[in-house]
Design a protein around this ligand. Structure first.
Ligand SMILES: [Zn+2]
Ligand SMILES: [Zn+2]
Length: 258
């Protein structure tokens, strides 16, 4: 069992970091792990063979174009206040909690703003899939990514001088969070929904029914929807959901957000 020991060794960790293999391996784990769960307990049938190559291409475009370009723009446009020492000396777990709450509140309002007529076109692509599974949620335009980054950059102030692994943990968490919201499973948990977004909760947000147009906008904590009156109880949905934007828009316009 030497190879198992090696997997948990400092040398292996260094090998992964030196060769930038963390996120590629994480993606592989997402493909295998989440797809297995979806095949085991799917909420709806999805033609994976038909849609996966397309969504994989979208993912690669996101990874190598949208994400780096948006980050570059955010280098010029961002706000990161310097917080008082009294906050920065709090235990890491409290600062991470503050980071999540502040960033998620900001995300809620940016998301809500993008559902306003004036900004809808930069977010429309995210709502374009007519099916729901974990990789369907990767469609993001550059302006959407720039806007969504803002509250996270702002809240990152709480993690001033984070430990070296923090950016990996946040990257992995963000990927997992987005996969999770869109994952195609029958699984439900009413008590968990009192705190965090579940797949069926976010699927209502993707519904093409005008009744759900501004429903369940939260990304992580469901409290924002309850507080700001955009909450739709998943238990109140009796008809099967259908997804998409209900209009034909040329792909380039959707992907660019114009
Ligand atoms: Zn939306
Ligand atoms: Zn979504």
């Amino acid at each position: 069992m030497e190879w198992i020991e090696w997997l948990f060794s400092r040398e292996f960790r260094q090998f992964i970091l030196d060769n930038n293999l963390f996120f590629p391996l994480l993606f592989l784990a997402r493909v295998v792990g989440i797809t297995a769960i979806e095949i085991w307990r799917p909420a709806r049938p999805v033609a994976y063979r038909k849609v996966f190559p397309y969504d994989l291409t979208v993912f690669l475009v996101y990874q190598f174009v949208v994400f780096p370009v948006a980050n570059q723009i955010n280098e010029w446009v961002y706000l990161r206040p310097h917080l008082p020492d009294a906050i920065l000396t709090l235990p890491l777990v409290l600062r991470v909690a503050c980071y999540l709450v502040v960033a998620d509140l900001g995300h809620y309002w940016i998301h809500r703003l993008m559902h306003h007529k004036a900004l809808w076109r930069i977010h429309k692509w995210h709502h374009s899939p007519t099916y729901m599974y974990w990789l369907a949620g990767v469609r993001t335009t550059i302006p959407q990514q720039v806007l969504v980054n803002l509250p996270y950059i702002f809240a990152y102030s709480f993690l001033d001088l984070p430990p070296w692994w923090m950016y990996l943990a946040i990257g992995a968490f963000n990927s997992f969070q987005n996969d999770w919201m869109h994952v195609n499973v029958t699984w439900r948990s009413n008590w968990l929904e009192w705190f965090v977004v579940t797949p069926r909760y976010h699927h209502i947000h993707h519904s093409d029914s005008p009744l759900h147009y501004k429903a369940n906008l939260a990304a992580l904590f469901t409290v924002w929807d309850r507080l700001f009156r955009t909450y739709v109880d998943p238990d109140s949905i009796t008809e099967p959901l259908t997804f998409g934007i209900g209009e034909e828009v040329p792909l380039v316009r959707l992907a660019v957000g114009v």
